[in-house]
Design a protein around this ligand. Structure first.
Ligand SMILES: Cc1cc2nc3c(=O)[nH]c(=O)nc-3n(C[C@H](O)[C@H](O)[C@H](O)COP(=O)(O)OP(=O)(O)OC[C@H]3O[C@@H](n4cnc5c(N)ncnc54)[C@H](O)[C@@H]3O)c2cc1C
Length: 460
């Protein structure tokens, strides 16, 4: 079947306005946030379905014709996960963005995949409810992308990530069936956990057309504290002590010296000041509980040579801190032509060792690396700032990345905690998965997608 016949077929299914087939219109869909010189392909067609039946019809047709389909939310993933590897179709979910139901009695909501994470959060919070997963990209990234990428963020330490809030998924499978992976109940152990197979599957097992997500009551109060340390080691010891004292802030983020400088230069917030490390600690709960925890955290930081503590006095100050923190990626992009936001995890007790290793790698390979991360989880995001057009720099980066990920693995850590695998981390999968693991993963892919039409060549 020729491309123009396929276009006609899709126009019939979703309407003319929802099909793009001119090369210049499809070109932007060849990229996502990180372009590291992969062999990118422009999709032949971009379709924008408006409902699940249209998705089903497109999938059935594509499967019949062996045409690959790459689902796409906002394209903010950092691992090349929605870059088409073989032309074919990109299915963009910008027209499936309804919040279908917020069930206040049963504490859940049902949404279409194109709903923006931040929009959902605002909507449920206006009703006294809370959807905690908070990727820094939440102002633009979608629920479909968050589920498929198993996104999380700063609040993971207390609340967990997207994975912990998905109750049920409606999925169009490779043979064009529409299935529900579970029920809308809070508990369900009737069989294998299909839901969690789709969470983090990066669009390789099926297309999510609806998601039911758990909600919890919104905490009464939130408060942020910034703790500056002249010695990185002290900041890590303070984090360990906070955990040991059974305190449970919702956020304990770490910024290293370079990150602090870069963020402040970019945001001119006047909040951050020179230090070897800064912890952003957010506490939430009832007014009394929050005041008590802030006091205790203040004392713990005092025990570990904190050089300054700043406590946000009102919402405006808190917003200013979060704005600056969430702009970290943008801030680093100003330093050079490219930025690669890495993602690795080590046991929290190995954090200092890992940070020191990254600093050593930065010197060894002569690459600027700004280190930030969710220290309570041992999850670090070293941001490499460099020019990947320069082959020699690219080579140095590749060596540095491998050495860093290998070291994380030897510390008992892993190569990604929230960004996923895509194409970027695919070559490193063997650092943390043995052949038996990979064999079972391949078998799962084979069962769900025997013709390999969903997002081929990702993860495995
Ligand atoms: C500045 C910045 C900050 C970030 N901060 C964080 C962070 O703090 N934590 C974090 O975890 N991530 C973070 N990310 C990464 C990224 O934002 C998340 O992975 C996000 O959840 C991706 O959502 P998206 O809508 O952009 O998905 P996309 O990038 O469009 O797609 C991601 C994956 O989901 C698949 N997909 C999309 N929709 C569907 C669907 N309906 N059915 C099946 N598969 C689908 C795609 O095929 C792809 O494999 C950040 C990215 C940036 C640029």
């Amino acid at each position: 079947m020729t491309n123009s016949m396929v276009v006609k077929k899709f126009e019939k299914i979703v309407g003319k306005d929802n099909v793009l087939s001119e090369r210049e219109d499809c070109y932007p869909y060849s990229f996502d946030v990180v372009e590291q010189g992969q062999d990118v392909r422009v999709p032949d067609i971009v379709v924008l379905p408006e409902n699940k039946l249209q998705v089903q019809e497109i999938v059935r047709f594509a499967a019949q014709q062996n045409i690959p389909i790459v689902a796409r939310g906002a394209g903010t993933n950092q691992v090349g996960s929605c870059i088409p590897s073989r032309n074919g179709i990109v299915m963009h979910f910008s027209k499936m963005k309804s919040i279908i139901e917020i069930d206040e009695n049963n504490l859940n909501c049902t949404v279409q995949p194109g709903v923006i994470v931040g929009d959902l959060q605002k909507e449920v919070e206006s009703r006294g409810l809370f959807f905690p997963p908070d990727p820094s990209s939440l102002a633009v990234s979608t629920i479909g992308g968050a589920i498929a990428q198993s996104a999380s963020g700063s609040r993971h330490f207390k609340y967990g990530g997207t994975r912990d809030y998905v109750i049920d998924l409606e999925v169009v499978t490779a043979d064009g069936e529409i299935i529900h992976t579970s029920s809308k109940t809070q508990k369900n152990v009737a069989g294998y956990n299909l839901t969690q197979l789709f969470v983090g599957s990066e669009g390789t097992l099926g297309i999510i057309t609806e998601a039911t997500l758990k909600l919890i009551p919104k905490p009464d109060v939130r408060r942020i504290l910034l703790a500056f340390f002249d010695d990185l080691k002290d900041s890590a010891r303070a984090v360990e002590a906070i955990i040991r004292h059974r305190l449970r802030p919702c956020v304990i983020d770490l910024l290293d010296e370079k990150t602090i400088e870069t963020i402040e230069d970019f945001s001119h917030s006047g909040i951050f000041r020179s230090a070897e490390a800064c912890l952003i600690i957010e506490v939430d709960g009832t007014e009394i509980d929050v005041a008590d925890q802030i006091q205790k955290i203040n004392n713990v930081c005092g025990d570990y040579n904190v050089s300054e503590i700043k406590i946000a006095q009102n919402q405006e100050e808190s917003d200013k801190i979060w704005f600056a923190r969430r702009q970290a990626f943008s801030a680093v992009t100003r330093l050079n032509f490219d930025v690669v936001a890495e993602d690795l995890v080590v046991p929290p007790s190995k954090l200092v060792e890992m940070v020191r290793k990254i600093q050593e790698i930065s010197r060894k390979y002569d690459i600027n690396i700004a280190i930030m991360g969710h220290s309570g989880d041992g999850n670090l995001h070293p941001h490499f700032s460099l020019d990947l057009r320069d082959e020699e720099q690219k080579h140095r980066y590749q060596l540095a990345e491998l050495e860093m990920l290998d070291y994380a693995a030897t510390l008992g850590g892993t190569i990604t905690g929230e960004h996923g695998v895509g194409v970027v981390k695919k070559p490193h999968m063997t650092l943390v998965n043995d052949e038996s693991n990979l064999k079972f993963m391949r078998m799962i892919k084979q069962v769900f997608d025997p013709k390999n039409i969903f997002n081929p060549e990702k993860i495995l």
